[in-house]
Each structure stands twice: as C-alpha cells, then as structure tokens.
Design a protein around this ligand. Structure first.
Ligand code: HT7
Ligand code: ZN
Length: 884
C-alpha cells in the first residue's frame, strides 16, 4: 500500500466549476451520470487529468460531448486517467458509471441501510460513486437529480434547495436539488427511502426563516424531539457566541441505523447514526441525551467550520475537527455544567488520547503521512486538536479569540485552507506573537511538565520552576520545547485565592493586574525547556493551583504533598482543580496498592482517603455533580497507563478492593445517598435532575459491589421502579457486577422488555461485553451468534466487540483467549467493513505495554491478521504500524 505524505502536497492541475449528477437508483444496479465543467489551473496545461474511482463499472466518457477512444484514457482499479484533453480554458466532462449499493457493506460511498439509500463520502467515499478528483481542495457547485421507484423511495433528498420534482413512467419519480454553495465532494449527500419528518422552523437573527426537518422511519419519529431541541439550541448558540448564521432555507437531518461513525455534516443534509438522534426517557440514558446534544451541535457547527471554510488536504483535518469539537464542547458547557463537561472531556483525553500519544500509532494533530485517511479520525486529531484551539482562547482571552475567528471567516470563506491560515488569523487579529505554538500541530507525544516550588520566608517570595520534556515518538526522536499555557492561582492558608499583581520572569517584573482589578488566575507562558516564575509579597507559603481548568494537554508532575492535595480538594475555587486534586490522590493511592498487590502484600486502604470520600459524600453544601465525580475512582486504563509494565489483573484487583472497602466502610452514607436522591418527577434532561440521578447511580453501584443480599434487593427495587433508562440501566449494571442467578434473570428480563428496540439491545450487548466476570470471552462468543447481533452493523460491533476490548481483565486474559477472539473477529469483519475492522484492531496497538506472555500472544494475533489474504489497507496500516 502507498503512503501519502503532507510534504508532497501539490496544487491540482485542473479545477471543477460545476457538477451535475444524475442518479438512477435501482435494486440491481444504480447508474450515475456526471457532467463536470473543468478548467485548468493555468492556461495551456497539458498534463493528464487523474480521477479517483473504486469499485465502479465505467460505461462511458465524453469530453466536450465526444466519446473518448480507448487509447485516450487509462483505467486501473483505483484511477481513471484522461490522457488527451483539449487545451481550451474550459471543457465539459461526462462520465457514466454503474454501481451496486445493495452489495456495499463498507458503508462508504452509496449504500443501503434498512432498505433506504444513503451516502457517506468523507473522507474518500465519493470515488465509490463516480470518477472524480476526490480531494477537498476541489470545490464546485453541485446539482443532483435523483430518480427512483416512488413506492419504495418516496423521499428523495440531496444538498441545497429542491428546485424540481415530478412523476415518471413505470411508477418512478424524480427530484432535482441544487446547492448554491461550492463544496468539496466529501460533503455531497443523497438519501432516498421511506422516511417521515419532524418539522420545525428557526428564524435566524437576520430574519431568514429556515425549515428544519429530521427524517426517520415513521415508527421512530416520536423519538426526535430532543434532537430538534438540540438543533435549535445549536443554531441560536452559534449566532450568540460566534455571530454565525445559517445560510440556506432548509436544514435536513436523516437518521440511519447503519453508519460507521457518529454523524456527517454534509451541506444542509446531515446524516446521523440513529443512536445520536433517537431518544426517549424510557429508552435513552442521560449520557445519550448529552451525546445527542453535543453531536447535533457539532455537525451543525461544521456548516461554518468545515463547510464554508474547509481543509486544503486531509492532513489539515484538525482544522475543521479540532475546532468543531472545541465549539461543541463550549456549546454543551453553556447548555449544562461547565465543570462536568470539562471533567468528562479531560477524562476522555486521558483515557484515550494520552495512551494513543504514547503508543505506536502516535501522530501529531496534523499527521505527516497516512495510508488510509479513515485511520486518522482519531482522538488526537479531534480531542487533542480541540485542546489546541482551547489554548488559543486561553492565551488570547475570549474577546481575542472571537476576533481571530471573525478574521478567519473574513479571509477564508469559500476556501480550502491550512492550520497555518488559522494560526495566522488568530495572531493577526490580536497582534500577537505566539512564537513556537505551531509545534502543537507537528509534534506528537504528550509533554511531561515538572513543577517544583519553593518559598523564601525572608524574601516573602515564592518560586515555581517548570521543566518540560516531550517524549520521543515514531519518526520524531528529538523534540523542541512546546508553548504551554499554565493557568495558575495561589491559595492562602484559609483556602482563599491570593490576588496576583506581578510575576518575575526572564529577568523582568511583569504586571498581571488588569485595569487595577485584582487577578486570581493568571496564565503563565511556559515556552522553554526550563523556566522559573517568582511571585513576591507573600506573607506565607501559598498552595499553588496549577493548570487550572486543564489549560494544556500535558501530564503534570508537581511536588505538591498529599496534604496540599487534600487542601486543594477542600478549597480550590477552580472546581476542575478540586476534582483533579482528588484524582491525583486516588491515582497515587491506587499505584501504591498495585505495588503492594504485585508483592503479595495485604491490601490496606489509607483511612485518610476513606475519610476524604466520607466528608465529600456527607457535605450537603457541595454540588451533587461534584460529589458524583469526586467519589468516582480513576479508570483502570488510566492507572495502567501510568505503569512501567501494565498489569491489568493487579489494577483490576486494586480498584475492586478500594470500591468494596469504601462501600463497606461508608455503607450508611451510600445508602442515604440512594434514598435521598430518588424522585418521582417525570424525566427531565436538565442539570439538577441529571446530577441527582448520577449521584444515586454511583452510590448504588458501590453498594451492589458488596454482593450483599440487602443491596442486591435494593438494586432490584431500583431496577423495577425506574421510570427512565438512566436509572433502570444503572440498576441493571449494578446487579450485573456479580455473577449468579439474579444477574442472569435480570439480564434476561431486560432483553425481553427491550428486544424490539435495537438501540437498547445494543446497551444490553455492551454491558455483558464489558463485564469483568471471569472467562467472559465465552459469553461474548455466544452473543456473536445471538439473533439480534449482526457483524454488518457498526453499532452492534462497537457494543459487543468494542465493549469486550474495553474490559482489561478479559480482553487481556493471560491465556490469550481475548486476543484470539479479537483476531478472529477482525479477519471476518475486514471482509465486510474495513473501517470498522481497523477500529477494532486498534485494541492491539499497545501490546508492548504488557508483560512478555501477553506481548507474545497479542503479537501472534497481529501477525496472523497481517498474513491474511486480501487484507484491507485500513487494517494493514494499523496492524503493521503496531508491530513496527
Ligand atoms: N466529519 C465526519 C467524519 C465522518 C467519517 C470519516 C471517515 C469515515 C466515516 C465517517 N463518517 C463521518 C464526522 C464529524 O463530524 O466529525
Ligand atoms: Zn466533525
């Protein structure tokens, strides 16, 4: 397979101005006619025009109305090269192809989902529809005519505005759509099928009336109310916060059950995985409701960050994705709780992105090369990319960031641009010099920042020394220091923030006051390998609150003592850092117990930790959201990530031990928490109800871990009396921790209640797949044969196979049974859907983190996969890079 490099980017020799597509959809075949006006970049260019195309049957090619002769073009399995072209400034190209969407299980290009036609073109799926220059810097105006059987496909949709429709002979009909905005082909979309819509309207701030339609099969329509609410909230938010208005009269969302990712931002015709549209209190959890809000927002926000201003090439993906994730994070924060959202986002970054950045698949936010672009829709490009955007805002302030965004749109509307263009807009709008900030795009690896502090009582000064190391990653053995914004506050001995007026740094005293107002959080710019900042006029040693709000995506290693951390947990005005202080304490505790476990020492839980949790749990002045987050221990993956050699058994044993011990010692408090947080109110998706449910569910899980009849009964009671999925599923999960008849009965009961609802059944698959019950691989193997399971549906694969790989004890079972299971599934899956198979094979990528026995077993599976005939490029890339 061919590797593609950023450094090899070249401007296209030909551009496309208009594209007219005509689809004749059929059961056996679909005919696609395209008519493209082509113009050379420079007059007189004589180079051949190379079009991408895959799995297409070419029927004809015409240039300026004249059929090309066989010697005038060259066709292979990936390209159609037009060898002799007119030297005129502009010419017309007409191509007719035949495709077979009904057999397309890869779910890219045009395919069928539950009997309906739909498309997925990002990143490189358009080439499975017709021959084209399938690259984002080719932007054109599209018209799309669709014709199909009227009974089977009454609804025909594409991008833009409907300009014509009518009936045809033989029970067929047609519709013509025209999109007035030029776009790259990855934003093209078509949907045809039996769908109904929930309709609403939104009046933009300039008075444009926009029709909003969410399309689903008729039986699901009732579950689209939350999606519609989310869409309207997103439209309003983008106007209020960024001054960005919707630009057409119609906005469609279609929900489909078979989709490789979450959703797709096609211009005015977003296509969504139905999991991220459909919700009712009985069938969807609070987490589902929150995900729908975030993803509907995300796709809508792409209309400006991605569609109006797009990427020059796929290496720039984070230009649209990092920025749009940042925007959806801010939207969700404004709609709910900022602290909860920040904690969730940072936890995701630590659990998934930090490990990626430390493994063989580590790549910069802007990768240097790829074999299959699909493999680079990663937590690094998305989540670390969003952190990079957040750092601009931290450095430039809200107002400065908005000025930068405004300039970015003013300069680049309608263009395909690069991360440097975004950087330049931010700097130019603020007259800022962000020196080496761009290395966040080019250097992989999570910087490690060490902080040491010292207080000089005589000089009344307090010094913070920073040192940073960016670890080596594949192809980047030596790194430059990064530009790290460290938001910082200092607490006095009463736990109050000390006003900050100046700091001594780089031989200069810098004022940090703003218009004479005291500042309690300042942003230190750490740019060198080693740097010192000195605060003066301090009558006592302060306790530093470092990296407030997680102001940079780094690992922080400070010399804070346990008592400093307990102090911050109790007093920090930065809520994120209060939570963080508790997590640092928990991580330290877990790591030291893991060491004890490995040395066969008895496990003893530090009573100070129990007391800390007890005081949080019983403090009624605290926000419930904070309590729920603060009493949740760091995940097993997070702890393994901090170990020299990851030991899943030891980490699992220790986490279970702490949970049980806390449950045993704080039984009364947990019980009171469950009882006090019941409610008979009807389900509402708002902050106060959600945090009540979250706190109750965490407490219930602690109690059920005791495997005590009293608490199993309690969980059963909660399960039976629940009126919403959040509480019903949490009770089921609490019961399912412990093997036995009750578990089996309740799982069976849940299935029989919900077997008609595939999205709920997926939760049931995932819960069993993630179970840490000994030898669970057999159960998961059996579930592969369950009538509700289907390897062709990505959601089911993510629930069952993905869920299983997320269970450290069973996936990493020392006998290799988990690895063998995954190896077999990947080979089977790759034949159906390479994108999904390569996501699954990624679970092997950190095999070197484990002991020798496990390494050998995992490596064996990777080798087996690589030796498989006809392996896709997607899986090849991940498996070979994992072994390299
Ligand atoms: N921009 C979308 C990316 C996407 C995608 C990429 C590869 C293969 C399938 C895909 N489906 C959607 C999603 C987003 O908004 O980030
Ligand atoms: Zn996106």
């Amino acid at each position: 397979p061919k590797e593609i490099f950023l450094k090899d980017y070249k401007l296209p020799d030909y551009y496309f101005q208009t594209v007219k597509l005509n689809f004749s959809l059929g059961e056996e075949k679909t005919i696609v006619c395209s008519e493209i006006t082509v113009f050379p970049r420079e007059e007189g260019i004589a180079s051949p025009l190379v079009l991408d195309g895959q799995d297409l049957k070419l029927l004809s090619i015409k240039v300026n109305g004249k059929e090309l002769k066989v010697e005038e073009y060259h066709l292979d399995s990936r390209h159609l090269t037009l060898l002799s072209l007119p030297r005129s400034t502009k010419f017309t190209l007409e191509i007719v192809t035949e495709i077979y969407p009904q057999n397309n299980t890869s779910l890219e290009g045009l395919y069928k989902s539950s009997g309906n036609f739909c498309t997925q073109c990002e990143a490189e799926g358009f080439r499975k529809i017709t021959f084209y220059q399938d690259r984002p810097d080719i932007m054109a105006i599209y018209t799309c005519r669709i014709e199909a059987d009227k009974t089977l496909y009454p609804v025909l949709l594409s991008n833009g505005n409907l300009i014509e429709k009518g009936d045809l002979e033989g029970g067929r009909h047609y519709a013509v759509w025209e999109d007035p905005f030029k776009k790259p082909c990855y934003l093209f979309a078509l949907v045809a099928g039996q769908l109904e819509s929930r309709d609403d309207t939104f009046i933009t701030r300039s008075g444009r009336k926009v029709s909003l339609r969410i399309w689903t099969p008729a039986q699901d329509l009732a579950k689209t109310a939350h999606a519609m609410y989310s869409l309207k909230a997103a439209m309003k938010w983008d106007e209020d916060v960024f001054g960005l208005e919707y630009d057409l009269d119609l906005f469609n969302i279609v929900a489909v059950p078979d989709f490789n990712m979450g959703a797709m931002e096609n211009k005015s015709l977003n296509i969504f995985n139905s999991k991220l549209v459909l919700a009712s209190p009985e069938t969807a959890s609070d987490a589902d409701y929150a995900a729908i809000l975030g993803v509907i927002g995300h796709e809508y926000f792409h209309n400006w960050t991605g569609n109006r201003v797009t990427c020059r090439d796929w290496f720039q993906l984070s230009l649209k994705e990092g920025l749009t994730v940042f925007r959806d994070q801010e939207f969700s924060s404004d709609m709910g709780s900022r602290t909860v959202k920040r904690i969730a986002d940072v936890s995701k970054l630590r659990s998934y992105q930090f490990p990626q950045d430390a493994g063989p698949m580590a790549h910069p936010v802007r990768p240097h090369s790829y074999i299959k672009m699909d493999n680079f829709y990663t937590v690094t490009v998305y989540e670390k990319g969003a952190e990079v955007v957040r750092m601009y805002k931290t450095l430039l302030g809200s107002h400065g960031f908005r000025k930068g965004m405004d300039l970015y749109f003013k300069r680049h509307d309608g263009q395909a641009v690069t991360c440097e263009d975004f950087f330049a807009a931010m700097c130019d709008a603020n007259d800022a010099n962000l020196s080496n900030f761009l290395s966040w795009y080019s250097q992989a690896g999570t910087p490690l920042v060490k902080v040491t502090s010292s207080y000089n009582a005589e000089a009344r000064s307090y010094s913070l020394k920073f040192s940073q190391v960016v670890p080596p990653t594949r192809g980047q053995p030596v790194k430059e220091p990064m530009f790290i914004p460290v938001a910082l506050g200092l607490l006095d001995s009463n736990g109050k923030d000390i006003p900050l007026s100046s700091v001594y740094h780089d031989g200069m005293l810098k004022s940090i006051e703003k218009n004479g107002e005291p500042i309690y959080t300042t942003v230190l710019q750490v740019k060198k390998k080693e740097e010192e900042f000195v605060f003066s006029d301090l009558s006592e040693r302060p306790v530093p609150s470092l990296l407030r709000g997680f102001s940079a995506p780094v690992r922080l290693d400070s010399d804070l003592t346990d008592s400093d951390l307990f102090f911050l947990l109790a007093h920090d005005s930065d809520e994120f850092n209060r939570w963080e202080a508790g997590q640092v304490l928990a991580r330290k505790l877990m790591l030291s117990l893991v060491a004890d476990y490995q040395q066969n020492k008895p496990l003893v839980l530090n009573p100070k930790f129990v007391l800390g949790i007890k005081s949080i749990l019983s403090d009624s002045s605290l926000d419930k959201e904070f309590i729920a987050k603060a009493i949740t221990l760091p995940g097993e993956g997070e702890i393994m990530d901090l170990m020299e050699v990851a030991d899943p058994d030891a980490v699992h044993a220790v986490r279970s031990f702490i949970r049980k011990q806390l449950a045993a010692e704080l039984k009364a408090e947990f019980l009171k928490t469950v009882q006090n947080n019941r409610s008979s109110e009807a389900y509402v998706f708002n902050h106060s109800s959600m945090v009540r449910r979250a706190l109750k569910n965490v407490a219930l899980a602690y109690l059920a871990s005791l495997e005590d009849m009293e608490f199993t009964e309690l969980a059963l009671h909660e399960y039976r009396s629940a009126t919403n999925m959040t509480e019903q599923f949490a009770a089921l999960a609490a019961i399912a921790q412990n093997p036995g008849k009750t578990r089996d009965d309740v799982l069976a009961d849940f299935y029989s209640k919900w077997e008609h609802d595939y999205l709920v059944v997926n939760k049931w698959f995932a819960l069993q797949a993630m179970s840490d019950i000994h030898g669970n691989v057999e159960n998961v193997r059996n579930l592969l044969k369950h009538p509700a399971f289907d390897l062709r549906n990505p959601n089911k694969v993510y629930s069952l196979i993905g869920g299983f790989c997320g269970s450290p004890v069973n996936f990493h079972a020392k006998d290799g049974s988990g690895y063998k299971f995954l190896g077999e599934v990947v080979v089977q899956l790759d034949k159906l859907n390479p994108q999904v198979a390569s996501r699954m094979v990624s679970a092997f990528s950190r095999w070197r983190r484990y002991d020798e026995t496990r390494q050998k077993l995992a490596k064996g599976q990777l080798e087996m996969i690589l030796s498989t005939n006809g392996l896709s490029e997607n899986v090849f890339e991940i498996a070979s890079k994992s072994l390299a």
